[in-house]
Design a protein around this ligand. Structure first.
Ligand SMILES: [Zn+2]
Length: 283
């Protein structure tokens, strides 16, 4: 059995949930087909993963969720709406969390134990509520410097399991993979970075370096990045935002295939968070 884990997770939200678009985008247009495209891509390599689904999409995506489960993938929770926890009161956050967990359990027929905060915007106070309402792991910690959206979680009471994975009692946190680049820490794990940065000259060498030492690699991507549909232009958002959201679409599928190859060459076990947690709890 391998001691190194890779989780190629996807956050199930639509293109209009992007923080920069949410108030301005046309919600009648969907790019959620990327969900099933990703299930099919992973099936091709016999790889299982975790999907963090928004509670508000559970009913509309019942068919897609059940298809993913039938292929052996895990369903977890990405909140109810895509509001950052730090923008909600403690009481509202708790209520959203419980509502999302219930609807996802209804639709999936499974216990939902995993959580990822929308935009990684969670703090220590709200983080404590996760285990209170029955979550057993989270993947919400992003150690990237200078990003305007992310929150801070204090894990000083947690024990380190392996690099990037922390444990306290029943609760486990899987931090997102980062790497130093030009004095900054960037996520080598994210859809955005994999899409936007040049692959051969930048992303691939950074991921390669990361995989040499990493014990846990975590990827997060979104359905719009694997959609076969065009991303519409959004009026009222800046040119840079529009360009950033659109750049590199269409390249993600091939890059994920290369990533799977690299992970296999480096003896990573590509699996779901729930499965990695179970293995790591035995340590
Ligand atoms: Zn999200």
């Amino acid at each position: 059995m391998s001691n190194k884990f890779a989780i190629l997770s996807m956050d199930i939200e639509d293109w209009y949930h992007l923080y920069y678009f949410i108030s301005k985008a046309d919600k009648n247009y969907s790019m959620i087909d990327g969900f099933t495209n990703y299930v099919d891509l992973l099936n091709k390599y016999n790889v299982k993963t975790t999907f963090f689904v928004l509670g508000e999409l559970a009913e509309p995506l019942k068919k897609e969720i059940r298809y993913a489960i039938s292929c052996g993938h895990e369903i977890a929770c990405h909140g109810y709406t895509h509001t950052r926890p730090i923008d909600l009161t403690i009481a509202d956050f708790k209520a959203e969390l419980i509502k999302a967990k219930h609807v996802l359990e209804d639709v999936s027929g499974k216990e939902i134990v995993g959580y990822r905060a929308p935009c990684y915007g969670i703090d220590t106070e709200r983080y404590k509520i996760l285990s209170e309402v029955g979550f057993k792991y989270s993947s919400s910690k992003m150690n990237v410097s200078g990003h305007p959206l992310y929150g801070e979680i204090d894990l000083s009471e947690f024990d380190k399991c392996i690099d990037g994975v922390y444990k306290k009692d029943d609760m486990m946190e899987f931090a997102l993979s980062t790497e130093k680049f030009l004095g900054k820490t960037i996520a080598v794990s994210g859809g955005g970075w994999i899409r936007l940065l040049p692959w051969n000259t930048l992303m691939k060498p950074l991921i390669k370096k990361n995989l040499k030492n990493a014990e846990c690699y975590t990827l997060y991507i979104h359905p719009f990045e694997l959609s076969k549909k065009q991303m519409p232009k959004v009026n009222g958002t800046g040119l840079l935002t529009n360009v950033r959201a659109r750049t590199g679409l269409g390249k993600v599928e091939g890059r994920i295939e290369k990533l799977i190859q690299m992970l296999k060459e480096n003896n990573f076990e590509i699996t779901t968070f729930a499965n990695a947690r179970q293995e790591l709890m035995k340590k």
